[in-house]
Design a protein around this ligand. Sequence first.
Ligand SMILES: NC(=O)c1ccc[n+]([C@@H]2O[C@H](COP(=O)([O-])OP(=O)(O)OC[C@H]3O[C@@H](n4cnc5c(N)ncnc54)[C@H](OP(=O)(O)O)[C@@H]3O)[C@@H](O)[C@H]2O)c1
Length: 159
Amino acid sequence: MKFSRPLIAIAAVARNRGIGIENKLPWRIAEDFAFFKNTTMGQALVMGRKTYESIGRPLPGRTTIVLSRTGFSVPGVLTAKNWDEVAQLAPDKTLFLAGGAALYEEALPWCTELLLTHVHLEPKADAFFPDWTTHFDDGKVLETHTQCEMRRHLPKLAH
Ligand SMILES: NC(=O)c1ccc[n+]([C@@H]2O[C@H](COP(=O)([O-])OP(=O)(O)OC[C@H]3O[C@@H](n4cnc5c(N)ncnc54)[C@H](OP(=O)(O)O)[C@@H]3O)[C@@H](O)[C@H]2O)c1
């Protein structure tokens, strides 16, 4: 399919492309939480059912859209059974793809931008971000911190 609106992936990615372990983040980095919050505030987040369960609640100030095939339903959260339904929801908001691994893998080809926090660690992981380097550029540095660096990557064809 072709996704019919802009989609910005936002993720924190380790050197080994690890993003999660046992349905949790492998780290706690305050600057990354702040970047995620500031960037997505007032907009819409789309996430997989497992990532939603890892967070455990809708994040304040944002519209939460959860993708699930198995009838997931929680008050205060929009549910979509497929990507076509996602594309119709929260049409007045910017759509941020907030994970996890399954959703990043499926939707990477439709992403119009990647906002990646590059984490300077190689943690044990069981969830990974897909290899973006063929189709996205090296990125423009947005923020630099001791443990991580935030970069905005655009599709190579856009240049
Ligand atoms: N570092 C980061 O930035 C970051 C961000 C987010 C998540 N994470 C980590 O990523 C890991 C979770 O990733 P994951 O791959 O296991 O799970 P996930 O992508 O969060 O969720 C997968 C679930 O989403 C639903 N789904 C996926 N594709 C779908 C489709 N096309 N249509 C309908 N439903 C669909 C299914 O739910 P049903 O089974 O209900 O059908 C599927 O089981 C955790 O460790 C989490 O901490 C890391």
